[in-house]
Design a protein around this ligand. Structure first.
Ligand code: NI
Length: 395
């Protein structure tokens, strides 16, 4: 294993073996969002061995442990790792590939769970100034886990929160810790267009929702191309269209569903408002009735400047100043960690996870996996960021 020397020095051979085995076991037995029963049990046991100050199951299949700091009065810092897998058939060919058909850790949350436990080990062995809450969060992929953890009250009183994602666009040893929006707001919408069905040969006796849907699909493309400035990042995607049962029947309704992505609250509002306006007015133009429902998802992920500085300090101390690289452009994917940052300041990092000679395989691909070294880089950087933050906040 090719670990940066200052990271390697933190882990005994036994700890390396233990965290590697944990990651491989989680990878072999992936569980979908909100169903992470075995995963939670395994992580609970792993943390119990550290004899933390507190250890609880939260948010259904989540686990929170409190690792004691040296000063009980010092501000509390949290480290969050997500633990859920995706409904994808694994195609990595790894020796520890998923044993569950149709489910795999295609987003690296197996590594996130392992590095968060690794950070707990490091902070138990060498405590920081304040207590550190170790948060193993379920259901990131469905965007529900972070809200459930927040609702449990497990993070009440936490001053700063750190978290990270593996990223194969960067080699092991590189880290991104940038200020500003790093992931997009993601809202899901459904539009039902209701007309009046009948014989395909007598359209004049019907109100055809298929023709209206066609016009609507074209019209919503103008939200990003004609309503927002060309330099403003936004996405409107219609992902499903359902309507009709036979070639010679005009159906009475068509259902469309899609996603809205934006990097700032103002753009997010424009997308929602314009979608509603265009859906209703296009429907009216075609004598249809439109019902639009928007289910709000995570907000944009915006790192706090001081938390970014603490995270960068940690990466520079462990990996050298050259390890910090800028983010490869705005990410229109979403990350439910953004919900924490609405309540608690923090920093979300990206941890290089491409092994030497490896390819930059995108997350959510059946071929995706994170290089094993990234477990230790993530654990070390997150633990050190927590240490720096609680020291700085204590003053
Ligand atoms: Ni992910």
């Amino acid at each position: 294993m090719n670990l940066p020397p200052r990271v390697a020095a933190l882990f005994s051979p036994e700890m390396r073996e233990r965290l590697t085995a944990l990651r491989r076991e989680l990878h072999r037995h992936p569980e979908l969002s909100s169903q992470e029963e075995e995963t939670a049990q395994r992580l609970y046991e792993e943390l119990a061995a550290l004899e933390p100050a507190a250890l609880d199951r939260v948010a259904g299949t989540g686990v929170v442990a409190r690792i004691r700091g040296r000063d009980p009065g010092a501000p509390v810092v949290a480290i969050r790792g997500d633990i859920d897998a995706l409904p994808i058939q694994e195609g990595t060919g790894l020796p520890f590939a998923s044993e569950r058909p149709g489910i795999m850790h295609a987003c690296g949350h197996d590594v996130h769970a392992a590095w968060t436990v690794g950070a707990a080990h490091l902070l138990s062995k060498a405590p920081g100034t304040g207590d550190v809450c170790i948060v193993l969060q379920p259901a990131e992929e469905t965007g529900r886990g972070a809200l459930a953890v927040l609702a449990s009250g497990a993070l009440d009183g936490v001053s700063v929160i750190f978290g990270a994602h593996v990223d194969r666009r960067y080699p092991v040893g590189q880290v991104v810790a940038d200020a500003g929006p790093l992931a997009a707001a993601a809202d899901t919408f459904e539009i039902e267009l209701v007309g009046s069905g009948g014989h395909g040969a007598r359209p004049h006796e019907c109100i055809d929702p298929i023709v209206g849907a066609g016009a609507l699909i074209g019209a919503v493309q103008t939200i990003t191309s004609r309503r927002l400035g060309p330099a403003r990042a936004a996405v409107v995607t219609i992902g499903t269209v359902h309507g009709g049962t036979a070639a010679n029947i005009i159906p009475d309704r068509v259902k469309l569903a899609g996603t809205l992505r934006a990097l700032d609250p103002e753009t997010r509002q424009v997308l929602q408002r314009e979608l509603r306006r265009i859906a209703e007015s296009t429907a009216a133009a075609y004598r249809l009735k439109a019902t639009l429902t928007i289910e709000p998802g995570p907000p944009p992920l915006v790192n706090a400047p001081e938390a970014v500085q603490w995270a960068r300090g940690a990466a520079a101390a462990l990996l050298g100043g050259g390890s910090l690289v800028p983010f490869a452009g705005p990410n229109m994917a979403s990350e439910d960690y953004a919900f924490y940052l609405e309540k608690i300041r923090g920093c979300f990092l990206r941890i290089g996870a491409r092994e030497e000679g490896g390819e930059p395989i995108p997350a959510h691909s059946p071929r995706f996996y994170a290089a094993e070294e990234s477990i230790f880089v993530g654990a070390a950087v997150l633990a050190e960021a927590a240490r720096i933050a609680s020291q700085e906040l204590r003053g």
